[in-house]
Write a protein that binds this ligand. Structure first.
Ligand code: SF4
Ligand code: SF4
Ligand code: SF4
Length: 377
């Protein structure tokens, strides 16, 4: 395939046709900041953080959706580029309740910002995404304090009416990553841009709360894609900061797909779960069970010891006693009525290997095909 050569920050870099400036830069370890760009989705150039200077163009170009061209000369951190990014960040921070510490330069208005955020959050501390926000990171990086423009308040209240996801429109920068995550990655098509101008907002069909949407399956992919505190896990809200938690990689316990997860563990307790972006087979995606269904671990109703029924009641038993009872009953039934008188259902939470062993036991040892896998969890 014929290659081109692009000059980025003075380095001549080869590239294959069809690559964007951002892709070529990333392939050569040149960092161009992004906010709206979502890997594997259609680049939109919406947030304009990835702007770069291209020789011969009077306007700055968005690197995420501008194709690289042979002979192109690009600067990724020129004074003009940096000034544009600073301006974009100022405008984003001027919209809504961005009460993280980057705003400390707002001096007299600072108390007002904090009070409005606290009233909206119903919590008197910094944004729940403080320390885990790409907008905050960029504001620090480019030394933007957020006081340059009058602050605009969103007309939309926080949506807290479902048990899993909090939608805080005051911290939404309308980057559209959630829309792409929902529509292009998970293909649930539950949300999109709605209304116009200052009233623009991310909406469900009919602008109903997520809980009343026919399309939302609460996979939480939108939360994982959101670069700010606009979408957060309700159970984890204000309950963690990145430096409080240990991230432990594991395999989802719910079904045989084997999705890779990060458990965010604080003081020995899981506070939230995210998908492992670089991990197969799910590439960061999770379903509602994998992302939100970890509470059962801490349920008081969880069985911790075998129970044997005696009459209408159960009594606790040792594993040896319970297994002996099950084995002897199975043997007795098979002897009296043949192998098709018994059946097995493998639990959906079992790993593939356990389900395999279960069907081997029934088919190979008991000589029956009465074996199934429970899809409900
Ligand atoms: S969303 Fe990000 S930038 Fe806004 S207040 Fe929260 S941490 Fe700060
Ligand atoms: S939870 Fe999943 S289905 Fe619902 S809006 Fe977010 S990405 Fe779409
Ligand atoms: S909710 Fe988050 S991901 Fe969606 S548009 Fe707003 S800031 Fe972007």
């Amino acid at each position: 395939m014929e290659q081109g050569t692009i000059l980025i920050n003075g380095s001549a870099l080869p590239f294959e046709p069809g690559r964007t400036i951002l892709q070529v830069a990333e392939a050569h370890d040149i960092h161009i900041p992004t906010l709206c760009y979502l890997k594997d989705a259609t680049p939109t150039g919406r947030c304009r953080i990835c702007v770069v200077e291209v020789d011969g163009s009077s306007n700055l170009m968005t690197a995420c959706n501008t194709p690289a061209a042979d002979g192109m000369v690009v600067l990724t951190e020129s004074p003009k580029v940096v000034a544009s990014r600073r301006e974009t960040l100022e405008l984003m921070l001027a919209s809504g309740n961005h009460n993280c510490s980057i705003g400390s330069g707002r001096e007299s208005k600072w108390t007002e910002v904090q009070m409005q955020a606290a009233a909206s959050d119903n919590f008197d501390t910094l944004c729940p995404s403080w320390g885990d926000c790409q907008l905050q990171d960029l504001a620090y990086h480019y030394q933007v304090e957020g006081g340059k423009y009058p602050r605009r308040q969103t007309p939309y209240p926080m949506e807290t009416v479902n048990p899993l996801i909090v939608r805080d429109h005051s911290r939404c920068i309308l980057c559209g990553r959630c829309v792409q995550a929902c529509n292009e990655v998970q293909v649930n098509r539950a949300i999109n841009f709605g209304y116009q101008g200052d009233a623009t907002k991310i909406v469900t069909a009919g602008d109903v709360p997520l809980k009343d949407s026919d399309q939302c399956v609460f996979c939480g992919e939108c939360i994982q894609a959101c670069p700010t505190g606009a979408l957060t896990e309700k159970k984890a809200r204000f309950d963690w900061r990145p430096w409080d938690v240990e991230k432990i990689r594991t395999t989802c316990p719910y079904c045989g797909v084997g999705c890779q997860q990060w458990l965010h563990v604080k003081d020995g307790r899981i506070v939230k779960v995210t998908g492992v972006e670089e991990g197969s087979p799910n590439k960061g995606r999770l379903c509602v069970k994998g992302r939100f269904g970890y509470d059962f671990i801490y349920s008081d109703e969880r069985l911790t010891t075998p129970l044997i029924r005696e009459g209408d009641a159960f009594r606790e038993a040792s594993w040896d006693e319970a297994l002996y009872l099950v084995a002897s009953k199975l043997k007795e039934i098979i002897k009296e009525s043949g192998p098709d008188a018994v059946a097995g259902v493998s639990c959906a939470r079992s790993i593939n290997e356990d389900s395999y062993q279960m069907q081997k036991l029934f088919r190979g040892v008991f000589k029956t095909n009465n074996i199934d896998h429970c899809a409900r969890t």
